[in-house]
Design a protein around this ligand. Structure first.
Ligand SMILES: Nc1nc2c(c(=O)[nH]1)N[C@H]1C(S)=C(S)[C@@H](COP(=O)(O)O)O[C@H]1N2
Ligand SMILES: [Mo]
Length: 210
């Protein structure tokens, strides 16, 4: 991992913690403090795991009735879902109209059937990244595991074979190179959440730091 990058981004969160946040959701499509880009920057921890499709697996488990480990062909055989959404990175860039193709989170939830006491979802990635979201955030109708962007297979840079997209949260809440989805009855903080970044991560209230 790129320790210098992680240390610098962690220091930035520490410095910015406690700054006043705007109360109202911005009227504008561009959340406050963001600038629009068109070049889809790449952000990672300095590790870009190459996962061959025949070795790729997605394990979905924890508090579910029907835990599964999906192979690539099984993942692609699930109902496919296309959606266009905006993408907001906490480092202040946003890109509009990102066209994703993949499997909706709610399709995966239907498959594994979360138990009544499941309240949170913890994501783990092939680069040892992790992040977390409440179950109701994941069940929103724009959340998906994307395997293609703008009609082309997702590149390794952007988290291919498959990544999570949670459009209404800062982008670190979506795990690239996703490997495991774990349903829990409590919250468990992920990689950036333990390093000074907000657990709720709402771009519209500039909820960047904890
Ligand atoms: N596995 C993994 N997922 C990750 C990250 C990461 O380092 N590893 N970075 C997060 C951050 S901070 C952002 S802004 C987006 C960046 O996605 P992009 O590189 O496709 O722009 O991925 C998020 N998901
Ligand atoms: Mo980010």
């Amino acid at each position: 991992m790129n320790e210098k990058y992680i240390a610098a981004k962690t220091r930035w969160a520490a410095k910015m913690t406690g700054k006043a946040k705007p109360q109202l959701r911005a009227q504008d499509r561009l959340p406050i403090g963001q600038r629009q880009v068109h070049n889809f920057p790449v952000l990672d921890l300095g590790v870009k795991p190459e996962v061959p499709l025949d070795l790729w697996e997605l394990k979905i488990h924890g508090l579910v009735e029907n835990p599964v480990t999906l192979k690539w062909s099984q993942f692609l055989a699930l109902p496919q879902f296309d959606d266009v959404s905006d993408f907001h990175c906490v480092t202040t860039w946003s890109q509009f109209d990102m066209a994703w193709q993949g499997v909706a989170f709610f399709t995966l939830a239907d498959l594994v059937r979360p138990k009544a006491n499941a309240t949170h979802v913890y994501f783990k990635s092939y680069d040892n990244y992790s992040t977390n979201n409440p179950i109701e955030v994941c069940m929103d109708d724009d959340v998906l595991l994307a395997h293609a962007w703008n009609g082309k297979p997702l590149t390794v840079d952007h988290g291919g074979p498959a990544r999570v997209i949670v459009p209404k949260r800062y982008a670190w809440k979506g795990a690239k190179w996703v490997k495991e989805i774990i349903f829990l009855d409590r919250d468990q903080l992920g990689f950036w959440e333990v390093r000074g970044y907000s657990n709720t991560a709402d771009p519209w209230t500039e909820d960047r730091f904890s």
